[in-house]
Write a protein of this length. Structure first.
Lengths: 119, 898
């Protein structure tokens, strides 16, 4: 069951991460925290799933990483959007908005298809 | 140009290497932070930790996934970075070239010449020696060394289990034919029906011969009984294109060859020219059961059958061949028949004669390339020293050893490949010239071409030289860091570098000695060859071939008549001082070997009572015309014709060998090899009475044994075509047109071909040694020049490095003489070391040449002494110039230097 959600969310995950990082450099925990709070924990994801996604985005060159020191003085890996990542985010956002609008329209539709009316 | 360095490059060293640890740390951080968050919400610390783990999910698969992504990423990144660096290095190298164009032009020029020279000669060696024969599975083709009798072929064909056997007529000859109304001469070969199958070559059009066609049913048209054909012919692709416009209707057309109609049954594919590159026609080889054991006219090749080796074939031939004696009509004459039979690889037997020359040349190229590498290495080394500051700075700024070394190597490879590309263009041009200079008798010359293999070689050479000369500077670059410390500590020393470049210069000298000594030996040998007396005077001597169609089949009387009328007409031509006819001429086609017996000496003491000689038929003015003296007895007379007593002349060489101080005049000899058609009406071999002794004439090469027997033209049976030899009254007269006119008056269908001055014919016989000597001479000059340039470079560089030292010496009271001696001594030491190394190497390596030399002792001390003295002078000169400059150094300026 969790796997189903995962596959649906795989595409969404990229956008979520990019969006999270658009606020500034953040470590993995920060990204996960932000997503949880913004969505009110709606996704109820296994938090670990985030990390392969982060590494994948880094390999794609959309984000880079750097080791830094966290708020409580611990060594933490910070991710940052690259120019390429920013561009990608803009593109994905518009796609997402269109997609979401379309899905919303379909889901909330109230009129029957025309050929069914004729019958 | 400023480019932002990607972020990952900055932390690459500490992040990239610990993928596992980094992932563990990252995940651990998450779990800790999550647990803390839960604790802040009021969870119990232990429970918080468990809850954090639960919400995170299984760590192991997540970590594994991260590892996989990171490793892949890392690899990709490394490649990208490497390529980026290489491009950067190349860009840097280019900037260096632009900054010092003259210096790099010098290096590039040296390399271009070297690569072009080696590529050109590799193409020659590859085409003639290394490339496999142009037939399928060439490794399985073999050549049989036997007596080349047709009977052997017929029996082998039926009996050999280890191979398929085919045969061909070993001496291709020209035939007269009429194509499109004009007479032409083309080279033809007789081949057995299975030859094409053994070679695995299919005709482009039509078919090959059948075994039935090897039984002649038409009159022998090609001269002599060996050349009867059955009226069919296969033509080459060239003939098909030139005379038939590549028309597919060529099959079945009739060609008039030697006046006899022949039907074209096949066209061979382009490039097929077995057994020689001028062959344009193939006839079925005549295997007449009546003449199976006469004439050595069936050279055999074979193709090993599946599962059999060369050794099997050899064993089989050696076992089978002696049993043929029972079949031979003259077995009593040949007790040792079959003893030295052999089977060899066909490709090896073809190139056996030229292998050594070409390998020596290839070795010479190798040495030139080595000298070249050493020279370039030395130039780069000198520059490397000058660049030390740059390298030290880079090292100080944190460039790693490998990074510095790679930069140097990329630089050198850029030079090498750039030069390689230019060198290939130069090679294309020079190959065109060299193929024209190649000795015409070099087998497989037609296969010399600049193809993919040769290009690969050129690129390989570029790469190898680039690495060879670039390695030393690269190694030095890796030590730049270490030297930085040495300099900082004040330990300034150039000693080691100087020694290194001195050693290199000395090496160049020693290579130059080897090449120069080899070249001198070959040139000396060439000189000996050209100064041999061929036995006749070549000046103003012109020769030509006159080949009436079907001449060999005419009655002897009509042949004699034709010859007499031809001679009379030629004598009347203005500008002809003297003229004669012969069946063959020295250094020309038409001379055949024979075996003769001396009457009364057939006892067991003599080797079969026979001896080998070359024989030919000549007319009475022959010796006067070519300028060979009759030493004893008389020459031929007009009265020596086919009705009179048979007479012969022998060369002095034969007279001395068999009669010693006695006179051979009056002794009788007979010819025993071509007995099938030498036998007279009484069923006996006829005896020829020796009437005179003439001067020795070399017949094939300037080093052969000059054992010659002459018969009157009118008493020789097997005359296939005539050679005209004319002594003209002036050098300039061109007889070609006149000769054809005279001959056409007698017979319009008879072509006159091959009209040439004798001197050029003679020149061709030494084409191979001349080629080798000139080439090696060129190489030697290049090597000596490079050595001189190299040594000079080292010395002047050493001088520029030592200016300060010299200033100090002068300031402390050294005389200018001392300073001169210091540098001059350095140069002479380099030269002497080179000679000490080079002379023994030359003595050792010129031994390889001994088989290529004529009348020259390969370990002649004078040669080595001479070469050593010349190089010593060169060394003296190149040491003197910088030393003289050192002498004029102003000490004050020198101390301020740098």
């Amino acid at each position: 069951m969790a796997d189903d959600r995962l596959s649906i969310l795989k595409g969404a995950m990229d956008v979520l991460i990019l969006k999270a990082l658009s606020w500034g450099p953040m470590h993995g925990y920060g990204v996960s925290y932000w997503i949880r709070h913004v969505t009110d924990d709606a996704f109820d994801l296994q938090e670990g799933v985030l990390y392969p996604a982060l590494h994948r985005l880094e390999a794609k060159g959309w984000i880079t990483s750097e080791w830094g020191v966290s708020e409580n003085n611990r060594r933490a890996k910070y991710y940052e959007l690259t120019t390429l990542g920013r561009k990608q985010l803009r593109q994905e956002l518009s796609t997402w908005t269109k997609f979401a609008d379309a899905v919303t329209k379909v889901v909330s539709a109230t009129n029957k298809p025309a050929w069914l009316l004729r019958r | 140009m400023t480019r932002k360095t990607p972020m990952w490059r900055r932390y690459l060293t500490f992040w990239g290497r610990n993928i596992e640890r980094d992932v563990r740390d990252e995940l651990e951080f998450h779990l800790d932070a999550r647990a803390r968050e839960l604790i802040d919400q009021g969870w119990d610390p232990v429970a918080a930790r468990t809850e954090a783990r639960r919400r995170f999910g299984a760590t192991a698969p997540i970590a594994a996934a991260c590892h996989q992504i990171d490793r892949h990423f890392e690899r990709e990144r490394r490649v990208t970075r490497y390529l980026a660096d290489v491009v950067e290095d190349m860009r840097f190298a280019w900037r260096q070239f632009v900054r010092q164009p003259r210096y790099f032009a010098l290096i590039a020029l040296t390399l271009v010449v070297g690569i072009a020279a080696s590529t050109t000669f590799f193409a020659v060696v590859d085409g003639t020696l290394l490339k496999p024969l142009p037939y399928p599975e060439p490794d399985r083709l073999v050549r049989l060394t036997t007596w080349n009798l047709r009977g052997e072929y017929v029996n082998f064909r039926e009996r050999t289990r280890t191979m398929e056997v085919a045969a061909y007529y070993p001496a291709p000859r020209e035939v007269t034919l009429e194509i499109a109304g004009r007479p032409a001469r083309l080279s033809a070969a007789g081949v057995t029906a299975d030859l094409f199958r053994v070679l695995r070559i299919e005709p482009t059009l039509g078919r090959t011969f059948t075994f039935d066609e090897m039984r002649p049913n038409s009159p022998g048209i090609l001269g002599g009984t060996h050349w009867r054909t059955s009226g069919v012919v296969i033509v080459s692709s060239g003939v098909w294109q030139e005379y038939f416009g590549s028309s597919p209707r060529v099959i079945g057309q009739t060609l008039l060859i030697e006046g006899v109609p022949h039907t074209i049954v096949g066209v061979m594919p382009p490039g097929f020219h077995f057994p020689r590159r001028d062959i344009a026609l193939w006839f079925p080889h005549n295997i007449d059961p009546a003449t199976l054991w006469a004439g050595n006219v069936a050279t055999m090749i074979g193709r090993l059958r599946e599962g059999h080796t060369l050794a099997d074939a050899r064993a089989e031939v050696r076992a089978v061949l002696p049993t043929f004696r029972e079949l031979m009509p003259f077995a009593q004459y040949v007790p040792y028949y079959g003893r030295d039979a052999n089977v060899d690889s066909l490709s090896e037997s073809i190139v056996a004669g030229s292998r050594r020359v070409l390998l020596v040349l290839l070795a010479a190229i190798g040495v030139v390339l080595l000298v070249l590498c050493v020279n370039v290495a030395n130039l780069l080394l000198a520059r490397g020293i000058a660049r030390e500051r740059e390298m030290m700075t880079r090292a100080a700024l944190g460039a790693g050893r490998t990074r510095l070394a790679r930069q140097v190597i990329v630089e050198n490879l850029t030079i090498a490949f750039g030069s390689g590309v230019l060198g290939i263009f130069l090679a294309i041009a020079s190959l065109r010239i060299v193929t024209r200079l190649l000795p015409p008798d070099l087998p497989r010359v037609e296969q010399v071409a600049l193809d993919a293999r040769v290009l690969l070689f050129a690129l390989g050479v570029s790469l190898a030289t680039g690495l060879a000369f670039g390695l030393m500077p690269a190694i030095r670059a890796t030590r730049a860091g270490g030297r930085l410390l040495a300099r900082a500590a004040g330990v300034v020393t150039d000693r080691r570098e100087r020694r290194m470049s001195s050693v290199l210069a000395a090496l160049e000298f020693s290579f130059a000695v080897v090449l120069a000594a080899s070249a001198v030996l070959l040139l000396q040998s060439l000189w000996n060859l050209t100064s041999i007396d061929p036995g006749f005077r070549t000046e103003r001597l012109v020769t030509a071939s006159v080949s009436p169609p079907g001449f060999a089949e005419q009655e002897p009387t009509s042949r004699v008549l034709f010859a007499q009328r031809l001679l009379e007409n030629l004598r009347a031509v203005p500008g002809v001082e003297s003229v004669a006819l012969a069946t063959g001429l020295p250094f020309d086609a038409g001379l055949f070997g024979t075996v003769f017996q001396i009457e009364g000496r057939l006892g067991p003491g003599q080797r079969f009572g026979t001896a080998n000689a070359t024989y030919q038929g000549v007319t009475q003015d022959f010796f006067v015309t070519i300028g060979t003296p009759v030493i004893e007895g008389r020459g031929f007379l007009g009265s020596d014709d086919f009705r009179s007593t048979r007479v012969a002349l022998i060369s002095r060489r034969i007279a001395r060998e068999f009669w010693g101080d006695h006179s051979p005049i009056g002794a009788r000899i007979r010819f025993t090899d071509n007995r099938q058609y030498m036998i007279g009406p009484d069923g006996q071999l006829p005896w020829f009475t020796i009437v005179g002794v003439v001067g020795d004439v070399h017949f094939a090469t300037l080093t052969d044994d000059a054992a010659m027997v002459y018969l009157p033209l009118s008493q020789k049976w097997d005359v296939q075509s005539l050679r005209v030899v004319v002594r003209t009254s002036s050098e300039a007269s061109s007889l070609g047109g006149t000769l054809q006119g005279v001959v056409s008056q007698l017979d319009a269908a008879t072509p006159v071909t091959d009209v040439r001055a004798y001197a050029s014919r003679l020149g061709e016989t030494i084409a191979r040694p001349r080629f080798a000597a000139y080439l090696l001479g060129t190489f030697a000059v290049i090597a000596v020049f490079l050595a001189a340039v190299g040594a000079y470079g080292v010395l002047s560089h050493a001088l520029s490095r030592r200016v300060r030292e010299i200033g100090v010496r002068l300031a402390f009271g050294a005389s200018r003489r001392d300073v001169f001696a210091l540098l001059f001594g350095h140069g002479m030491r380099v030269t002497l070391c080179g000679l000490l190394l080079g002379v023994p190497a030359a003595i050792a390596s010129t031994r390889v040449l001994s088989s290529l030399l004529f009348g020259v002792n390969p370990s002649n001390p004078a040669v080595f002494a001479g070469v050593a003295i010349v190089l010593l002078l060169v060394g003296f000169f190149v040491s003197y110039l910088p030393a003289r400059r050192a002498r004029s150094i102003d000490p004050i300026a020198a101390l301020r230097y740098e």
